[in-house]
Design a protein around this ligand. Structure first.
Ligand SMILES: NC(=O)c1ccc[n+]([C@@H]2O[C@H](COP(=O)([O-])OP(=O)(O)OC[C@H]3O[C@@H](n4cnc5c(N)ncnc54)[C@H](OP(=O)(O)O)[C@@H]3O)[C@@H](O)[C@H]2O)c1
Length: 337
């Protein structure tokens, strides 16, 4: 069993912890937090050994009556791999600690791509992370774009990607985020950081991205145009995308008209936290005009990177190849809706 520690038990960390626990070849050694809030309570409730991330906050846990298993350094030492899911920038600061204990670490998309050995998307560049010490699982939006671009490149070749990302203002629990009544070009300059980020996965890809922020918390929405090196018809592209295990092509008769109904569907099928790990591509939006492909896809920002983190654990430990890892992860989580 691969022993996995999770440093940073928030939106991403708690989901990764549950996903790791569901794997047949992994166990969660523990999770680390700085504060004894509701997520700390839940970690204990779920029998995840809880470690303190900051020495001088230990007494806060004592005062709250939450028992600690130790300090984060002990967690790192006991782990074969650490998944760092701390707020952006903290992961890079933590990298020295991971080096000190010789523990390979995965970071999240909010971290800089510059200090890691490679950025990672399971479908696109799994083996680049084999044996690496520092791997960055790319952001929710970059994961969503990479999963889409990978099969299109393989099947048709891609001349150029142009995507407008309509981004949720914040996650449901992020009370301080906005806008609350606006539509904000964000960033107002082009390209948004997403295009360059996708190039950390596909260095030679020609891609332009524009970003906006809207008063929504449920999902991101991408309006995608890909100029291909071929002229397939829409049905052919649809069939190709339907064959991808992490793309959910929404059938017309589901009558799902937006992110709200998608989340409702996720709840109806019993997804934990109403998570949608797959890209959600509207089937009837898949359109071709000559060599231009158009479609809409929704991305559940809180969860699409979760299976990617699980695969990255196998990649850095050389414990499975891409196909085997993706299959195991998908089956263990119950992906495919
Ligand atoms: N949310 C998304 O939509 C999303 C999607 C893809 C990628 N990401 C990326 O994932 C990373 C984490 O984002 P998130 O949304 O999960 O953030 P989050 O919900 O704020 O969770 C981060 C957690 O880390 C804990 N923490 C803070 N400082 C820490 C430290 N020094 N050591 C250990 N734990 C610490 C915080 O809890 P306490 O302070 O209470 O302990 C917090 O619960 C970021 O790089 C982000 O860009 C986020």
């Amino acid at each position: 069993m691969l022993r996995v520690g999770i440093n940073g038990y928030g939106t991403i960390g708690k989901r990764v912890a549950d996903a790791v626990r569901a794997q047949p070849d992994m166990e969660v050694v523990g999770v680390a937090k700085t504060r004894p809030n509701f997520e700390a309570e839940q970690a204990v409730e779920k029998d995840f050994p809880l470690y303190a991330a900051v020495e001088d906050r230990v007494e806060l846990f004592d005062e709250a009556g939450i028992e600690l298993a130790g300090m984060v350094e002990e967690l790192v030492e006991a782990s074969d791999v650490v998944v760092d899911a701390c707020p952006s920038g903290i992961g890079e600061q933590n990298s020295e600690m991971y080096d000190e204990y010789d523990t390979p670490a995965l970071y999240q998309g909010g971290e800089s791509a510059d200090f890691v050995d490679t950025s990672f998307n399971a479908r696109s560049n799994f083996s680049d992370a084999n044996g690496a010490d520092h791997v960055r699982v790319v952001s929710c939006n970059t994961t969503g774009l990479s999963r889409l671009v990978a099969p299109l490149r393989e099947e048709y070749g891609v001349e150029k990607v142009r995507t407008t990302l309509v981004r949720r203002g914040g996650d449901p629990a992020q009370t301080g985020r906005g806008p609350i009544n606006d539509i904000v070009p964000n960033p107002v300059t082009l390209p948004s950081h997403h295009g360059p980020d996708v190039k950390t996965i596909f260095p030679d890809l020609d891609i332009d991205t524009l970003g906006l922020k809207v008063p929504a918390t449920l999902m991101h929405m991408h309006s995608v145009n890909v100029t291909l090196d071929a002229e397939p018809d829409a049905d052919e592209v649809r069939e190709l995308l339907e064959g991808e295990s992490r793309l959910f092509v929404i059938p017309e008769h589901f009558d799902i008209d937006g992110a709200g109904k998608l989340k409702e569907y996720a709840q109806d099928v019993g997804r934990p936290r109403a998570d949608i790990w797959e890209n959600c591509v509207w089937g009837e939006s898949i359109t071709t005009e000559g060599d231009d492909l158009y479609l809409f896809q929704a991305i559940h920002q809180e969860s699409d990177v979760v299976p990617e983190n699980v695969d990255a654990i196998r990649a850095v430990t050389n414990s499975a190849d891409a196909e085997e890892s993706i299959r195991t992860t998908n089956e263990s989580l119950g992906m495919g809706i």
